[in-house]
Design a binder for this molecule. Structure first.
Ligand code: GDP
Ligand code: MG
Length: 437
């Protein structure tokens, strides 16, 4: 587990005032090993650690954060930069915009074709048409037709034809006729790279002059994904990469390697089989995923922006002494409302994300939570442990909610208090990170 190894690597730095040449060398060796284990290729890992070392050395460690935390931040920034810095958007200016989908069999091309159409239709207000250009597997045409029906997007197929170039041209002609402003062409793959497949897709490319060529690759294939990407890029000069199957335990190390080997942006990631399991690729989020620490860096940054420093210090003290009560909880909710969605925010804290998924808190839930807290007496707010069964019944009635909701809130509050207490204690925090997948 990468975070486990990083944690061990950071131990070396503990208690040091500044990051120096000596204490950072050992750490970088560990980090390089950890990156290799996460499917990052050797050249990339080496370049990365060299860069981080240079940036980290000599930085003064602020009292508020440990050298390990500072280094994590430096690493996070560097990884983000390596993966392209910011999100790379599709070029959708032409009408119709022609998008060619390429990749090996089973990479997830057909699934992605459906997902992309769904995304363009629902998020970008486009009118896509899909072209079934995989003529070798009859089931492939049907698969695309089923997906098209599911998302309400037309599919052009020609089961009579054995000519993928002609089919692609026919599809584009139909799109022009029907006013479809995006055409997505799902092509045939092979089990492995072969010359016939490459020539065919090159010919389709020459014939239709696509505005985007997206190379789809299974992130679970690790180092193979990098090699395949290189071969496809040499032949097709694609415009972007789609990493699929990032819903499992896959660490995403392939993202880093592919970007550094082919120097093309990753544009989307697939996170499941359903049509809405598609995310626009965010280099910063992938960096956190590779580091295995949730989105803790942006949490820190956002928290620093919004919280009054003094108030935060006060709160820290309370959390450490386990004196965090419903008054604090209430004022936290007000802060959080200012910051954005609560679930988003809590989801950024390592270990809390899963908890919040089960709890299913949405912004409307604040209303009930606020009502419940307002129905507590000042004594109860200051002494959460005093809230027994009869008090809960009274609070439920007073707040116009019910006992289940009151119980749930108190349970959530207790869970939150536990997590906060752990987070205020570096040793426990490290322990928590070690337990993460
Ligand atoms: P193609 O041969 O490249 O067209 O690949 P398909 O689109 O037919 O996908 C192959 C298999 O991978 C199918 O069973 C898909 O449901 C599955 N699949 C595709 N994308 C994802 C993904 O992001 N996550 C998961 N878990 N499965 C995926
Ligand atoms: Mg297919």
């Amino acid at each position: 587990n990468l975070s486990d190894k990083l944690d061990r690597a950071f131990k070396v730095l503990k208690g040091q005032g500044t990051i120096t040449e000596i204490n950072v060398a050992e750490t970088m060796k560990e980090i390089r090993k950890a990156l290799l284990d996460a499917d990052v290729n050797y050249k990339t890992a080496k370049a990365f650690t060299d860069e981080v070392r240079q940036k980290a050395i000599g930085q003064n460690v602020l009292t508020a954060i440990s050298p390990g935390q500072l280094l994590t931040k430096v690493m996070n920034d560097e990884l983000t930069e390596l993966m392209g810095g910011s999100t790379s958007e599709l070029n959708l200016t032409a009408s119709p915009t022609i998008i060619l989908i390429a990749g090996l069999n089973g990479a997830g091309k057909t699934t992605f074709t459906g997902k992309l159409a769904n995304y363009l239709k629902t998020q970008k207000n486009k009118k896509p048409l899909l072209v079934a250009d995989d003529i070798y597997r009859p089931a492939a045409v049907e698969q695309l037709q089923v997906l098209g029906a599911q998302i309400g997007v037309p599919v052009y197929a020609n089961l009579e034809s054995k000519d993928p170039i002609a089919i692609a041209r026919e599809g584009i002609a139909l799109a022009k006729q029907n006013g479809n402003n995006v055409v997505i062409i799902d092509t045939a793959g092979r089990l492995s790279i072969d010359e016939a497949m490459m020539r065919e897709i090159e010919q389709v490319k020459d014939a239709v002059k696509p505005h985007e060529i997206l190379f789809v690759v299974d992130a679970m294939t690790g180092q193979d994904a990098v090699n395949t990407a290189k071969v496809f890029n040499d032949r097709l000069d694609f415009t972007g990469v789609v990493l699929t199957k990032l819903d499992g335990d896959t660490r995403g190390g392939a993202a880093l390697s592919i970007k550094s080997v082919v120097n093309k942006p990753i544009k989307f990631i697939g996170t499941g089989e359903k049509m809405d399991a598609l995310d626009v690729f965010h280099p910063d989020r992938m960096a956190s995923r590779i580091l295995g620490m949730g989105d803790v860096v942006s949490l820190v940054e956002r928290a620093q922006q919004q919280f009054d420093e003094k108030e935060a210090a006060e709160l820290q003290k309370k959390i450490r002494k386990n004196k965090f009560d419903f008054n604090d909880f209430y004022s936290q909710i007000q802060q959080i409302k200012k910051m954005g969605n609560m679930k988003d925010l809590m989801g950024m804290i390592p270990g809390v994300g899963k908890m919040m998924k089960d709890v299913e808190v949405d912004d409307n839930a604040f209303k009930a939570i606020e009502a419940i807290i307002q129905s507590m007496t000042p004594y109860e707010k200051g002494n959460p442990d005093s809230i027994n069964q009869s008090r809960r019944n009274r609070i439920a009635k007073g707040s116009g909610t019910n006992l289940t909701e009151v119980n749930r809130l108190i349970k959530q509050f207790e869970d939150m208090r536990k997590v906060m207490k752990q987070m205020s204690n570096p040793a426990a925090m490290a322990n928590m990170m070690r337990r993460m997948p």
